[in-house]
Every structure is written in structure tokens, then in C-alpha cells.
Design a protein around this ligand. Structure first.
Ligand code: COA
Length: 313
């Protein structure tokens, strides 16, 4: 369904900043990644989105193409990121039909909620294979093109890059592993690996002009992830416990993407950009005797404990 611009990007970006560029995105038919790609397309890029489901991927490609008149968006279905040869073929086709790969979003992921005693080795392997190996396969399949693009789009931070930016990759990760998250051991392990991979790409390929970063979204409203991993009746309460007081939007992940891929992100390399309204910082406040954030907002003193306030300041 075609979207209003403000549903997938802010108004601060200039049209045309990604003219003549191509973004290659795994998991591109998903709710978050499709917004990232749609924003890039709106700002001038052509795109190739990769997915397992043929119909979903092809339909999403057509839909994303409505973001800009004349945009070319390829939807390559039946591509499983666990199969390196399938990704290599997809990257080759992308370059043959669209001319280059300047930006990569490694977004394909697998997730479900289960405690580790209910997760078989095969289930663990599925998630590791999709997230870690899939991201690795994505890097391997696209790196030669990213290096080529990086060589053409060097930035020195002092002069306006005449042909814009290129040679950049973003891995879509999570915050689960920062503190540990119950029922998410498999994904926590996988995303820690993805983060490590992004840093390795930055260190090894940075000297060739590549930037490699992670975006770690928190709970983003109306996404497949939230639908898969949370009950609808608990969402208001969990939103309230986020410092920013609400779930994020796909637009806010797309904005972070444009920041990292455009000239604004030229000197950001090997970093994790957490876009979660401050959520992961509050993982220690759940289950306490003082409800977050009501206790803080009420301004009441801590009472009934030996460590409470003893006298007026
Ligand atoms: N709890 C425990 N184990 C589960 C599970 C669950 N909810 N869902 C699947 N599994 C297990 C299966 O039982 C199987 O293990 P087994 O062989 O020991 O029985 C294993 O995971 C593989 O399942 P299968 O359905 O064959 O794998 P798949 O490769 O088709 O799917 C998944 C991979 C399991 C990650 C699936 O959830 C998926 O396709 N997810 C993609 C979409 C997604 O998760 N996006 C992320 C949005 S946040």
C-alpha cells in the first residue's frame, strides 16, 4: 500500500541525495526494512529487495517503487540468505539490472519466543543460520560491489562529495543481548554475532572506504517483530515503561538509515546506533517495588527502606 512520506521518513532530508545509487536489502519485504528502502528510494535510489516469499517480495517491490516516479525496485523472491550461492546470484542480478550496489542493508532475521529448554539444536541453528550466516553471506556476496562504490565516493569531511556517498552497509540488530532477555537466548546470541561482524567489516574494510554500522531498533509499532514477540494486551504497559513513553515508528529507523548512509554518517564507522526511545537502559527497572515511570513522575520520596531519604535537602 503506498504510504504518505511522513509515514516512512522525516522532512529534513533533501530529495536526490541518493540519485544514481542502488541499495540491496535482505529481508526487504519486512515492515522495518521496507521503510528503510522506501526512504532511500524516495531520495533517489533504485533498490533490490531480497526475500524468501516470492509473492510478498515482488508485491513489496512494486509498492516501494511508488515512492518516486521512475524508481526501479527489483523484488527477488525465493532467495534464502542461508544459501550463499542464492545471494551471490541475487547480487549479480542486481548489478546487471540496476548498475551497482552502493548500499547494503542486512535485515533478514528469524525470531520466535521460547525459553532455552524448549529450543532444539536445530531451532537454534535456524536462527544462527539466518541471522549470523545470512549476514555473513550478504557481506560476501556484496562486498566487491561495495568496495567499488566506496572507491568512487570517498569523503574527506571538508568538501562536498560531488557524487554523493557509497560503499556502506548497515546490519539490523537488536538490544536483547546487552542485558540478556528471557525467551530470546537464541536471538541474543545471534545478534551479538551480527554486531561483532559489523565491527569486523568496519575494521577490515574501512581502509577501502567502507563504513559498516549497526542499527538496533527497540520495539517498533505495527511491525512483524512486535506482532510475533508481544501480546497486544500488554503493549500499553510496556510502552509506558520506555523512557520516551511510546513504541517507535518505522520512520524513525528509516531516518537513522539515511543518517548513516548519507554524508551525515561519513565518519561513523563500526558503531551501533540504538533507536529504542531509551528502552534498553530501563531493563533494570522492571519488577521493582517502585513502578517506572510513575514513581519518578509523582515526585514522591522513597519510603519504607533503610536507604530512604533521611532529612530534607
Ligand atoms: N519455539 C521453539 N522452536 C521453534 C519455534 C518456536 N516458536 N518455531 C520453530 N521452532 C523450531 C522448529 O520446531 C524446528 O526445530 P526442530 O527441527 O527441532 O523441530 C526449527 O525451529 C526450525 O523450524 P523450521 O520451521 O523448519 O525453520 P525455518 O527455517 O522454516 O524457520 C524460524 C526459521 C524458526 C526462525 C521461523 O520463525 C522463521 O522463518 N522466521 C522468519 C521470520 C522472522 O522470524 N522474522 C523476524 C521478525 S522479528
Amino acid at each position: 500500500m503506498p504510504l504518505e512520506k511522513y509515514q516512512y521518513m522525516s522532512n529534513v532530508w533533501r530529495d536526490g541525495i541518493f540519485d544514481n545509487k542502488v541499495v540491496f536489502c535482505t529481508g526487504g519485504a519486512g515492515t522495518i526494512c521496507s521503510a528503510q528502502v522506501r526512504a532511500m528510494v524516495h531520495l533517489g535510489a533504485d533498490a533490490c529487495i531480497i526475500g524468501r516469499n516470492v509473492e510478498k517480495t515482488e508485491n513489496m517491490a512494486k509498492d516501494i517503487a511508488t515512492a518516486r516516479t521512475g524508481a526501479k525496485v527489483l523484488g527477488l523472491g525465493a532467495v534464502d540468505v542461508r544459501k550463499p550461492e542464492a545471494l551471490t546470484a541475487a547480487a549479480e542480478r542486481c548489478v546487471k539490472e540496476l548498475g551497482s550496489i552502493d548500499f547494503v542493508i542486512a535485515g533478514a532475521a528469524g525470531n520466535f519466543l521460547a525459553p532455552m529448554d524448549q529450543i532444539s539444536s536445530n531451532a537454534m541453528k535456524s536462527v544462527i543460520d539466518i541471522d549470523v550466516l545470512g549476514s555473513w553471506n550478504t557481506v560476501k556476496a556484496t562486498l566487491p560491489y561495495l568496495i567499488e562504490s566506496a572507491g568512487k565516493h570517498k569523503t574527506d569531511g571538508k568538501t562536498l562529495p560531488p557524487n554523493g556517498t557509497g560503499g556502506r552497509i548497515i546490519f539490523v540488530s537488536a538490544t536483547l543481548h546487552y542485558t540478556g532477555t528471557p525467551m530470546q537466548s537464541h536471538v541474543s546470541v545471534a545478534k551479538a554475532g551480527v554486531d561483532a561482524m559489523a565491527m569486523s567489516v568496519a575494521i577490515e574494510q574501512g581502509p577501502r572506504g567502507i563504513t559498516s554500522n549497526v542499527i538496533a531498533p527497540g520495539p517498533i509499532a505495527d511491525t512483524e517483530g512486535v506482532a510475533r514477540l508481544s501480546k497486544s494486551e500488554g503493549r500499553d504497559k510496556s510502552a509506558k515503561a520506555i523512557p520516551s513513553g511510546r513504541y517507535g515508528t518505522v520512520k524513525e529507523i528509516a531516518d537513522a538509515t539515511i543518517y548513516l548512509f548519507s554524508d551525515t554518517g561519513s565518519y561513523v564507522n563500526g558503531e551501533v546506533l540504538v533507536v529504542d526511545g531509551g528502552q534498553w537502559h530501563t531493563s533494570g527497572v522492571g519488577g521493582r517495588q517502585w513502578e517506572y515511570p510513575d514513581f519518578l513522575l509523582a515526585g514522591a520520596p522513597v519510603e519504607g527502606v533503610a536507604g530512604g531519604k533521611k532529612s530534607k535537602l
